[in-house]
Design a binder for this molecule. Structure first.
Ligand SMILES: [Zn+2]
Length: 325
């Protein structure tokens, strides 16, 4: 498992900033405390000498060292209790000037010893999902929330959908830097294509890969904005990531306004990712004939030759029209 470098660096930077803020806030509070309660400052000065006192005692020799160190420890506890008492009397919570880390386990360093802390893993997943464009969908659209019962009225469809569910889950499970497989999820709206492709994205993000999930209209308008210099907003993605991300998921191919430019972009994108061996998942409501008519044979032959095709079925009558082969 190799986390995407840029993502990893971003998340670590965010954590470090949070950690610094917690430390700086605590420092500011300490100075405030010293101004209000000079006694606390005096106690802290004594506490800060502990290290030197211990070294002095060690230098004096081994004789009675254990006892002398124990006395230092008890003095220390005494001072701490005194500090708390002074603070409490003045109405301060005893942890008033302690840094408030978001994660007490790793104190926002991201590591407990040599091991990556759970909070860092969670932050990497969350940021990965956000960068994939899936911050909210991922909550609900997972493999374990896909309801196969919906397809039960027809045993054949049920078996088919079960097979697709397994294929998608296996794709996500197996996904690594060597994955070459591409998926084409066809079928009418409301049959679970988005749910399964989101579930794949979620699992692959959790593994630390750079995943990008984009609807075809958004993806193509990003290219148009880049090409024709339309007003670039913050929401327009940097198109280079469509080519370079570890897994690209294009949702709802066919929903965009297509023209020669978008068809050219699409061919280039699909072809470049195949040549550079980067997997892509495409979902579409279009039939194979519609794909050929709309995107030229060049694209159709790439899709039908290089992609594993899943034809989603279900109650929706539109499914009768698909007949892809
Ligand atoms: Zn942590």
């Amino acid at each position: 498992m190799g986390y995407n470098k840029e993502l990893f660096a971003d998340v670590r930077r965010q954590m470090e900033t949070r950690r610094q803020t917690a430390i700086e806030t605590a420092d500011a509070r300490r100075w405030e405390l010293y101004a209000a309660l000079p006694e606390v400052e005096e106690i802290d000065r004594e506490l800060s000498r502990t290290g030197l006192i211990i070294m002095d005692e060690i230098a004096k020799g081994k004789e009675g060292l254990t006892e002398r160190l124990e006395n230092i420890r008890l003095d220390n506890l005494d001072l701490q209790a005194q500090r708390e008492k002074v603070m409490r009397r003045a109405g301060y919570p005893v942890d008033y000037d302690a840094p408030k880390f978001a994660c007490p386990d790793c104190k926002d360093t991201g590591y407990v010893g040599q091991k990556m802390c759970g909070c860092l893993k969670a932050a990497l997943s969350e940021e990965g999902m956000r960068r994939a464009g899936l911050a909210h969908l991922f909550e609900t659209q997972r493999f374990d929330t896909f309801v196969l019962d919906y397809y039960r009225q027809d045993p054949r469809v049920y078996r088919l959908m079960q097979k697709y569910w397994e294929m998608c889950r296996d794709f996500a499970k197996r996904f690594d830097g060597n994955t070459r497989e591409n998926l084409l999820l066809c079928g009418a709206t409301g049959l679970g294509k988005t749910h399964l492709s989101t579930a794949i994205a979620g699992e692959v993000v959790q593994k630390g890969y750079d995943v990008l999930y984009e609807s075809a209209p958004n993806l193509l308008s990003a290219y148009e904005a880049e090409r024709f210099g339309r007003s670039l907003t913050a929401s327009v993605a940097d198109t280079s990531r469509y080519l370079t991300c570890d897994l690209l998921i294009i949702d709802d191919l066919g929903a965009e306004l297509s023209n020669n430019f978008t068809v050219g972009v699409l061919y280039n994108l699909i072809n470049t990712r195949i040549v550079s061996r980067k997997p892509t998942i495409i979902s579409t409501n279009l039939t194979s004939d519609e794909i050929r008519a709309r995107y030229t044979d060049r694209i159709a032959s790439r899709l039908f030759g290089e992609y594993t095709i899943m034809r989603f079925e279900g109650r929706d009558i539109r499914m009768q029209k698909i007949g892809m082969n």
